[in-house]
Design a protein around this ligand. Structure first.
Ligand SMILES: NC(=O)c1ccc[n+]([C@@H]2O[C@H](COP(=O)([O-])OP(=O)(O)OC[C@H]3O[C@@H](n4cnc5c(N)ncnc54)[C@H](O)[C@@H]3O)[C@@H](O)[C@H]2O)c1
Length: 365
């Protein structure tokens, strides 16, 4: 029998919002952070929703390396570009603001690109390009992150899991959404395996001798110590073209840092050279492309939809009766979860119940 407990979207969202307010976030900003997190859970991206709420946000705010108040400031601007300083605040608030600016610019000039500096973990990357696709535009984003990926032929964790994410409007009920890391897997998924007490699949992680690692709990510790590294998308070595993932991760690192000359790779940790705690100071980029500046949006939607439908109806491999296109599984998960809620395992329930007690919020989970 399935005894998984499900919590209603609105209830969980309001709970997260209330905790962020208790931690000092202004109400409107707490709403944005909670919306990004619950949107991830709604779409089934469990590695980046409630699962990250305590360890990545609550704990970091409490440890003093993350400011719950996000004072964004445009430090350089042109008709089509801007640099936004997030002042060590919440990546979600800065990210939403940056994509709003990019969309406003694209409405007038056809394209907008905004980079963000001095930011923090912005959650699931898909949230921001989806803002553009909902506005009839193509949305693109990327972010750097603490060092995790070893370059092809290397064993040292150098690059972040650096997602490169696209959302594109179609004539279907869901947008095309390609939202993934440039590593084979990413830390959020490894944390999920840990919560579920499972070993890692082979090929996700190597140690500093290049050996495959599957011991989930120790891998999470060794990743932070630089004794293990994630493989780039494509895997170890050249045979399965891991250098492509390595190359894309590098592109994201450059676009997330060099356009505002911000910190990169090894310096993106929470400890400074003297061993003191410090903010991560991540960088992100956001691009909005106004389709109407190229072709009529309805014709574009139809053609995009045709491409996706043709892919899905192409011949299936033996043993498979369905081909998916990016964003489809997330849409299907949303359809399933919208009445049921977010599945919670024991570890997550314990975490939220403890926070509920600590901040005397009176929720009943
Ligand atoms: N903020 C950060 O620092 C950070 C870093 C890394 C990843 N992330 C986030 O983690 C999340 C998960 O990343 P991931 O690398 O584990 O993604 P993943 O490997 O789960 O891939 C997800 C993508 O692949 C598509 N997909 C899945 N199965 C498919 C199939 N059979 N056919 C076609 N498309 C398919 C999905 O629609 C989605 O676009 C993303 O939301 C990403 O933004 C964030």
């Amino acid at each position: 029998m399935d005894d998984t407990k499900y919590i209603n979207f609105d209830l969980l969202e309001k709970f997260m919002e209330d905790v962020f307010v208790k931690l000092g976030a202004p109400e409107d900003e707490a709403k944005i952070i909670a919306d990004v997190l619950i949107s991830s859970d709604k779409l089934g991206i469990d590695s980046h929703g409630i699962g990250r709420f305590k360890p990545i946000y609550v704990d970091r705010i409490n440890s003093g390396i993350l400011n719950p108040v996000t004072d964004t400031e445009i430090v350089k601007e042109s008709y089509t570009t801007a640099i936004l300083d997030a002042n060590d605040g919440m990546g979600h608030v800065a990210g939403k603001r940056a994509m709003e600016i990019a969309i406003e610019k694209a409405k007038v000039y056809g394209m907008g690109m905004v980079t963000v500096k001095n930011s923090s973990h912005y959650g699931f990357a898909g949230y921001y390009p989806l803002m553009a696709s909902k506005a009839g535009m193509i949305g693109i984003t990327g972010t750097n992150a603490r060092p995790s990926i070893a370059p092809t032929f290397g064993v040292e964790n150098m690059l972040g899991t650096n997602p490169l994410t696209f959302a594109i409007p179609t004539d279907e009920e869901f947008d095309f959404l390609l939202d993934c890391a440039t590593s084979t897997s990413q830390r959020g998924k490894i944390e999920k395996y840990e919560r579920e007490g499972k070993m890692l699949p082979e090929g996700w992680v190597i140690d500093d001798e290049g050996n495959v690692r599957t011991d989930t709990e120790q891998v999470l510790i060794d990743l932070t110590k630089g004794k293990a590294a994630l493989t780039p998308l494509g895997g170890v070595g050249e045979e399965l073209a891991g250098y492509k993932g390595y190359g894309y991760a590098t592109v994201v690192e450059i676009l997330s840092s060099a356009l505002h000359l911000g910190p990169f790779m090894k310096t993106l940790t929470d400890v400074d050279e003297n061993g003191n705690k410090k903010p991560y100071k991540l960088g992100h980029f956001f691009i909005a492309i106004n389709i109407e500046n190229f072709v009529e949006i309805e014709k574009f939607r139809k053609q995009t939809g045709d491409i996706l439908r043709e892919l899905r109806s192409s011949r299936k491999a033996p043993g498979y009766d369905r081909i998916y296109t990016a964003g489809e599984k997330e849409y299907l998960t949303y359809q399933y979860r919208k009445d049921k809620g977010v599945p919670m395992n024991e570890v997550l329930l314990k975490q939220i119940n403890e926070l509920n007690d600590k901040y005397q919020l009176g929720y009943k989970f």
